[in-house]
Write a protein that binds this ligand. Structure first.
Ligand SMILES: NC(=O)c1ccc[n+]([C@@H]2O[C@H](COP(=O)([O-])OP(=O)(O)OC[C@H]3O[C@@H](n4cnc5c(N)ncnc54)[C@H](OP(=O)(O)O)[C@@H]3O)[C@@H](O)[C@H]2O)c1
Length: 280
């Protein structure tokens, strides 16, 4: 089990990725994103998750520069947006993201959503970037088991990460087991169900028992299920609170209680139905 905010897990290619990071979805470009990323790094975070479609890569890059932490100590993820899927367009999108971030390389580059018929070409472009030493690890996001099975049929390099919606109301047990059997590290997006999970009475009850907040209980559950987690907050006190989860352990019984909350309920779109950007 990770014992500190900077603890990492080794991806299947040996690259070390922090178990915990900051997400910046819906964080405004400019001072909002700059201040939240700087607050996170100041308080010990080393992993930042952005995406081309969040339109805040420039601010993330600026915060990295101003953080005073060396590039090698940080783990930066971005994602190729749906409208850029395809081989050449993905290579181009990677350059655009790097330029906006002001970085020479990313630690992890993900296919944001599977779509229907382009993800194999997109994946070939990610493999090329990886083989050329332009990116340290490559992966996918929002891939269900059937998407992964399709990709694994002909890929040369297996994805190192699958970032998916994951919280106690959407525990994705089959997908997690499949990823683990393939050596693909699962990563949780919307780990707090965008705040909604914090109202769950069982989570609240467990929080009282451990003298922790509801957010801390859920984020600790992520780690104990061996899923990387990247909660978003623009408030420094919450950025600190969310990461303060390395001094307690949920019992097997309480882990089971949280697992039992599953209702296959999403806050985001179902990957089989999400077509935004693909019709462009
Ligand atoms: N790959 C994908 O398709 C995908 C999709 C969605 C998200 N993501 C990634 O996953 C990250 C996290 O997901 P998310 O941003 O959707 O949702 P989230 O992290 O589940 O929840 C964020 C919301 O919870 C609030 N919050 C954070 N900490 C809190 C705390 N301790 N107490 C109470 N409220 C708290 C935040 O408000 P304040 O900011 O006001 O504190 C914000 O409204 C994203 O930022 C993004 O990097 C990826």
């Amino acid at each position: 089990m990770p014992t500190s905010l900077t603890d990492t897990t080794a991806l299947h290619n040996g690259v070390k990725m922090p178990w915990f990071g900051l997400g910046v979805f819906k964080v405004q470009e400019g001072s909002e994103v700059i201040e939240s990323v700087k607050a996170a790094i100041k308080n010990g975070y080393r992993s930042i998750d952005t995406a081309a479609v969040y339109q805040n890569e420039e601010g993330v890059g600026k915060a990295i520069k101003e953080s005073g932490i060396s590039r090698e100590e940080l783990f930066i993820t971005s994602k190729v947006w749906n409208s850029d899927q395809g081989y050449e367009s993905t290579l181009q999108a990677y350059e655009t993201s790097l330029k906006k971030l002001g970085l020479e390389y990313l630690d992890l580059y993900l296919i944001h959503w599977p779509g229907k018929d382009k993800f194999k070409d997109t994946w070939s472009a990610l493999e090329k970037l990886y083989k050329d030493g332009r990116v340290r690890a490559i992966g996918v996001s929002n891939f269900k088991v059937h998407h992964l099975e399709e990709l694994l049929k002909d890929c040369e390099i297996k994805p190192m990460v699958n970032q998916v919606e994951y919280h106690p109301h959407l525990t994705q047990k089959d997908l997690l087991a499949f990823c683990q059997s393939q050596g693909i590290q699962m990563e949780a997006w919307s780990p707090l169900k965008q705040g909604q999970i914090l109202e769950d009475p069982v989570i609240k009850e467990i929080a009282t028992k451990y003298e922790k907040t509801a957010a801390q209980i859920v984020l600790r559950w992520d780690l104990q299920t061996k899923v990387i987690t990247i909660p978003k907050s623009i408030k420094e006190h919450r950025i600190i609170e969310n990461a303060d989860i390395f001094d307690f352990e949920l019992s097997a019984e309480d882990m089971q209680k949280i697992d039992n909350l599953n209702k296959d309920e999403r806050v985001g779109p179902d990957p089989d139905e999400f077509t935004a950007g693909f019709d462009a």
